[in-house]
Design a protein around this ligand. Structure first.
Ligand code: FAQ
Length: 311
């Protein structure tokens, strides 16, 4: 049974009226948003690591400048999202600490390594491609600050996807060795990219409530299917093969049939056992510890100024 307050809240959601930070909201709505926006923010920040790894080794000055700009954009996305989370009453320090000690998650995809330059193209093409597929509908999410952050993020994300496609295209159209690298990157990153959409609908614990609240607009499987449908023709254009022998167009459904990811691998990576989980968290912890003197200095300065004002 809903209380009157809960009923009024749900009516607003149903009428597509945005919920703003000072509006009343159910505790679980707030908690779900903090979880999702926080995980999303952490993903943007941790997501800088696999690509940052290649900034110093980009093959040309132009590719280096583009990659540098893209990785900086990810930092910006993290910051907008931390700000959106802050409007829900959780500080950036608090959720950062929850990431650092493993209480909060970030996207499973960033626990896979980027072994060579072709992987950077594949990350832009597939990982940013999957990210946009998930984020375009989130522009209409019911919480105002999240929705507005998503609008800006999506604009930048579509540039990221295109730079990735351009980089992998160059490899796919290059020497036989380069084409082989592009195919190998696709082989390794295809299933991790499909996992970005989350578990299959039957195992998605949050989808039903999140969709009733219009925090999520689509189910995980709907978005995964859209991503497959969009990406297969792109792979064909590149002359690359999706690593799924059972992938085929289903005329009746109007969609590609495909093999699901290995869900045991997904849960294992989410639990912390992916190839890079330990490295990623160690890198974030080191950055946090190395930055302690800056935070301390800023606080000391703010206290001094406040004291001077009182005196
Ligand atoms: N990785 O009940 P559901 C980017 C967890 S894009 C890790 O279906 P929900 C851009 C889930 O949290 C990537 N954990 O959950 C970029 C839950 O566990 P919990 C970030 C996952 O929330 C590109 C449990 O499984 N984008 O960073 C994953 O309704 C290139 C049950 O799942 C977003 O975060 C996963 N893949 O749906 C940056 C988008 N999937 O929390 C740099 C916003 C599920 O109860 C370079 N988020 N889990 O402990 C969402 O749309 C949703 O949160 C989903 C999951 C769709 C990810």
């Amino acid at each position: 049974e809903m209380t009157e307050q809960e009923r009024a809240f749900q009516d607003k959601i149903d009428a597509d009226i945005k919920i703003e930070p000072k509006d009343w909201m159910p505790d679980d709505y707030r908690a779900t948003l903090i979880r999702q926006i926080g995980q999303h923010a952490h993903s943007e920040i941790v997501g800088q690591l696999p690509e940052g790894n290649w900034i110093t080794r980009a093959p040309t000055l132009e590719r280096k400048a583009i990659l540098l700009a893209k990785v900086q954009d990810e930092a910006g996305h993290g910051l907008y999202l931390y700000c959106a989370a802050e409007t829900l009453g959780v500080s950036r320090d608090e959720i950062t600490e929850m990431l650092l000690d493993g209480r909060m998650k970030y996207s499973s995809i960033f626990n896979y390594p980027t072994l060579n330059w072709a992987d950077i193209g594949a990350v832009g093409w597939l990982v940013d491609g999957a990210a946009i597929m998930n984020q375009v509908p989130l522009q209409r999410t019911s919480f105002g600050p999240y929705s507005r952050a998503m609008i800006r993020i999506c604009k930048e994300e579509s540039f990221h996807q295109r730079q990735g496609y351009d980089a992998i295209r160059k490899m796919a159209e290059g020497t036989p060795e380069q084409k082989k690298m592009a195919q190998d990157a696709l082989n390794r990153l295809w299933y991790p990219s499909l996992m970005m959409f989350g578990p299959s609908d039957k195992d998605s614990v949050h989808s039903a409530q999140s969709m009733a609240w219009k925090i999520k607009i689509n189910t995980n499987d709907e978005l995964r299917q859209k991503f497959v449908d969009q990406t297969v023709p792109q792979a064909e254009y590149l002359g690359l093969t999706i690593p799924d022998p059972d992938l085929k167009w289903n005329e009746e459904r109007g969609h590609y049939d495909f093999t699901d990811p290995d869900w045991s691998e997904f849960y294992d990576v989410v639990k912390g056992n992916g190839p890079c989980n330990v490295d990623r968290l160690a890198a974030r912890n080191k950055a946090w510890d190395d930055g302690a003197w800056v935070r301390d200095g800023l606080l000391a300065h703010a206290r001094k100024k406040a004291a001077a004002k009182v005196a």
